[in-house]
Structures are given as C-alpha cells and as structure tokens.
Ligand binder design. Structure first.
Ligand SMILES: [Cu+2]
Length: 156
C-alpha cells in the first residue's frame, strides 16, 4: 500500500514505518568508542536471539543480554504490516556492527531505528556496552498504544 493514499483506520494501522536509521557520526549520548568495541569483539559465535514482530506485539517482549557479549538479534516480521524497533536509551548504550537483511548489510556503529518490512527478517548485530533496563517499542503510528512495546535488560 502506498503511504498517504490509505483511508482513516487503515491509515492508522498501516502507516509508514520509515527506514532504518544507522549513523556513522556520533549522536549525543551514544557510546563514543563504538567503533573500537565492534572491532575488538569476537563475532564468531554471537548470542543469537530471535524476536517476532506481530500485530501488535513483540514475541518475546522481554529480552536479556550480557554486557560486552556480542549479540545477533534476529527480527522476524511474518505479518502483512511493517513494524519497527526503537529505543532511544538502549540504542545509545550499544555498539552496532551491522544491520543485515538478505545478503546485504549496513555497518554501524550507531543505530537509531530498525524497520522490519512486512514479511521480512532483519538481523541486528551489536555489543551491549552499558548496563541498564530499557523500554523499546514499534514507532509505527498506533502500534505502541495497541501494546507493541517491550523491555530489554543488560546484565553482567
Ligand atoms: Cu508495529
């Protein structure tokens, strides 16, 4: 569906998810040595976690990672709706290696938003660099209000 051509409630539920936001210029508050963290990490066996994005929840909705341990987060969207994952504070505290889908990968080291279009899968490879408990959500209009949010913990 073309964004902007839909109608009323349909528009609300299928609003544009936008694009991935991966940046290479340090945004305020992000991990300043993210390039070094990514370069020094051992990517041979990252902790692999799969999270499914459905209408309108994350499954599972609570994730736990370990600080300094590389993660491969697989985001699966089996629905016919685009979804996203955003968490300003969590993304400030990770060092992003790449976001990949299909055969293509976009290198970090800083992530502001990841979008998983309908029917697609994306992988987010990162190192949690700080401890914390964070909330995240889908920022497509209305989805968080319908319950599309979750929690992530970074522990020792
Ligand atoms: Cu969503």
């Amino acid at each position: 569906m073309k964004c902007g051509l839909s109608f009323a409630l349909v528009l609300l539920l299928s609003a544009c998810a936008g694009k991935d936001e991966i940046v290479t210029a340090l945004p305020p508050g992000y991990v300043s040595n993210a390039v070094e963290i990514v370069a020094q990490a051992d990517w041979s066996s990252p902790e692999t976690v799969t999270m499914t994005l459905v209408d309108y929840e994350f499954q599972p909705s609570e994730l736990t990672f370990h600080r300094d341990r590389p993660v491969r987060l697989v985001l699966v969207n089996p629905t016919t709706t685009d979804h996203s994952m955003v968490s300003e504070q969590f993304f400030k505290d990770i060092a992003l290696k790449q976001v990949s889908s299909g055969g293509a990968a976009v290198a970090g080291p800083w992530l502001k938003k990841v979008v998983v279009p309908a029917g697609q899968t994306k992988e987010v490879w990162f190192v949690p660099a700080r401890y914390g408990a964070y909330s995240f959500e889908c920022d497509v209009t209305g989805h968080a209000a319908f319950g599309m949010s979750g929690l992530v913990n970074v522990v020792p």
